[in-house]
Design a protein around this ligand. Structure first.
Ligand code: AMP
Length: 643
């Protein structure tokens, strides 16, 4: 498949490169159907004979087959799957099994360093690990035939079914598609909001800590691997802009210190900043909110060329002081201080344009579960354009926002047909809408989707997932040439989510079990329960409603509440709790008979008794009204309170 021509050096010919990538995208989107058939053929031929596929495709000679015939064979023989189907294979790979299980890339060595590998086609020269900066050690190099590819594994923050984290393979292909989508969306943005070449980007981005599996593979979040990749650095060239923060800030491992330094450098370079970005918008909002407390110290550091003692990381201190101590800027520091005094009086309304006068827009994922943060962002942005970021997942990038002018509430994503092979399961709403699930039809290819219909996306990727459900519900808004434009609707089986946290019904059940064990010791029991992700106030928090049989002291409920808060093991939840972007869990005790009242309510609406299931999570306001009016006591968790 022809790939867009991306100039590796990106030295100043951005407009030409942008036009080239848009032209490439227009071409592939016009022939999306045949491109998809070819992509599937490429994936299957590249990974022919791997153990997972052999099970379904048997001895068919995939290498000799025409793409169309292969597509029919694949969709008729390989079943629709979910992550659980790949887990045993991924477990074996992470334990060190080097057979071709999901991809044909045998693992012969690991823990070498890409920073010192020179990319030339697929050939890399590897050097000694001891010479490397620690930030770049988070790689695993795989040998593919006689070529070296580097491959990382990330754990998927969304993947906590039954309390376990999902591992999803990440290869050089993943890093390349990341570069492609960054460049493509920058190209569309630059048509509407051109930025000054050589300007800076203030990026609120954070790498996380990585760990090794038994088989010595490196595991970390998707974003961590992206930020450390060569492709990420190339991205800055391609978008003709420089980050304000060096890698030492992104990888400090302490989000509070990193945020301080992002803000400090963002203001140090304030006149050069062309746009502000973060992966998900809640991080950006959180950074500005922190600034309300930090501004005096930051301005002081700018004036004196010093660094606050709150920054402990020696590497980060060294990197920052190297930048700011050389040119203390009393004028800038005093000017910013005066602006902040004014801003404080107006509750920080218009903070962004006041402090960053040349910023053209703010760009971040603002759709789906990020929508509640828009109100606060608009307060800070005072009319600056908000551009919603692209649509992707750990498994694969999916769609690009080609209409940067649209407000986040109206944004759609055009599926990029070269990223993966996409299928769509038509979904139909359950008649009574009492539970979150849908009725399904047979999966159809990308070219057959219908405008106005909702679907679950199914992915076949270059990294070894075959017909794997993504779990997202999308609606086809229209077509862009031959490829659909999707509206993100919701996570399908996800019930509790506030920002990056994702918990399923099963996760909630396990958490409630843990809490009720404490209750049981006090000779009481949970009769029934439900939950609610309350985002009416910032930070949002989870509310769990319990109907309880038996009498217990309040201190027992406090203990249950704390235990449940700590029992959500989803990485996104834990990180958000630690950073207080999700508030303490609330436990509401209901009067006896509340769930009966709820049942009566549904039955009155025509639901058959044997069809009724207590909704485990709700945002139905009739239900919430019943729950709130029946709440007799409320408890807030004290877990994570030292943060
Ligand atoms: P993860 O795999 O943890 O990176 O999470 C990926 C999930 O985040 C997707 O499956 C979506 O549910 C959600 N997501 C990603 N991009 C967007 C977007 N632009 N709008 C709404 N939700 C998104």
């Amino acid at each position: 498949m022809e790939q867009p021509i991306l100039n590796k050096n990106g030295n100043g010919n951005g407009n030409y490169e942008y036009e080239m990538i848009i032209k490439w995208f227009e071409d592939v989107s016009k022939k999306a159907s045949s491109v998809q058939t070819q992509i599937l053929s490429n994936i299957l031929k590249q990974n022919h004979g791997v153990e997972y596929l052999k099970k379904w495709l048997g001895d068919y000679n995939v290498l000799e087959m025409e793409p169309c015939a292969l597509e029919s064979l694949f969709t008729s023989l390989v079943p629709i799957s979910s992550h659980a189907d790949f887990e045993p294979f991924i477990q074996r790979i992470s334990d060190g099994d080097t057979h071709a299980l999901l991809t044909r890339q045998p693992i012969l060595s690991c823990s070498l360093i890409p920073l010192l590998t020179k990319t030339c086609g697929h050939v890399h020269i590897c050097m000694n690990e001891n010479n490397i900066h620690s930030a770049y050690k988070n790689y695993t190099i795989y040998y593919y035939y006689n070529k070296v590819l580097f491959m990382w594994w990330w754990f998927c923050s969304s993947g906590t079914t039954e309390g376990r984290q999902k591992f999803v393979p990440f290869t050089q292909h993943s890093a390349q598609t990341t570069l492609q989508i960054f460049t493509l969306s920058a190209a569309y943005r630059s048509r509407v909001y051109p930025i000054r070449e050589g300007g800076r980007i203030l990026e609120f981005i954070y790498g996380s800590n990585c760990f090794k599996t038994k088989g010595n593979l490196t595991v970390g979040t998707a974003t961590t691997h992206c930020y450390a990749s060569e492709e990420f650095k190339t991205k800055n060239h391609k978008t003709n802009s420089l980050s304000c923060s060096p890698q030492e800030v992104i990888f400090s491992g302490d989000y509070k210190q990193s945020t301080y330094c992002h803000l400090l450098l963002g203001l140090f370079y304030s006149n050069q900043v062309e746009f502000i970005t973060s992966a998900f918008v809640y991080t950006m909002v959180q950074a500005f909110t922190n600034f309300e407390e930090l501004w005096r110290e930051i301005c002081n550091d700018i004036k004196n060329g010093t660094l606050s003692s709150r920054i402990k990381s020696p590497k980060m201190r060294e990197a920052i002081l190297d930048i700011i101590s050389k040119c203390p800027n009393t004028n800038l520091g005093s000017k910013l201080e005066a602006y902040c005094e004014e801003l404080e009086k107006v509750d920080w309304f218009g903070l962004v344009p006041k402090l960053w006068p040349n910023v053209k827009y703010l760009c971040s994922i603002m759709t789906g579960s990020m929508t509640p943060y828009l109100k606060k962002l608009r307060h800070y942005a005072n009319g600056l354009p908000l551009i919603s970021g692209d649509y992707g997942s750990t498994e694969s990038w999916i769609g690009v926002n080609v209409d940067p002018c649209l407000p986040p509430e109206e944004v759609t994503f055009v599926v990029v047909p070269t990223f993966s092979y996409f299928e769509f399961i038509p979904l139909h709403r359950n008649q009574y809408e009492i539970c979150d699930d849908f009725l399904e039809d047979k999966a159809i290819p990308l070219s057959k989707v219908v405008v106005g219909q909702q679907y679950e996306i199914v992915l076949t990727t270059f990294t070894g997932l075959y017909r794997c459900r993504l779990g997202d519900v999308v609606e086809v808004a229209e077509f862009h040439n031959g490829t659909p434009k999707l509206n993100f609707i919701c996570r399908r089986k996800l019930i509790l989510t506030i920002n990056i946290d994702k918990n399923t019904e099963k996760d909630l059940q396990l958490v409630v079990e843990r809490g009720s064990q404490i209750l049981n010791k006090a000779k009481a029991e949970v009769v029934d329960f439900t939950s609610y992700a309350d985002v009416t106030n910032q930070p949002g928090h989870y509310v769990i409603y319990w109907e309880v049989k038996g009498e217990v002291e309040d201190n027992v409920f406090y203990a249950c509440c704390r235990e449940m808060d700590l029992s959500f093991v989803d990485h996104g939840y834990v990180v958000s709790r630690k950073t207080n972007s999700i508030g303490p869990l609330e436990l509401c005790i209901l009067e006896r008979g509340t769930f009966k009242k709820i049942l009566d309510n549904f039955i009155a609406k025509g639901v058959a008794l044997n069809q009724f299931k207590t909704p485990r999570c709700t945002n139905n306001h009739v239900l919430l009204k019943i729950l709130d009016s029946c709440t007799t006591k409320r408890f807030r968790s004290t877990a994570y309170s030292s943060n």
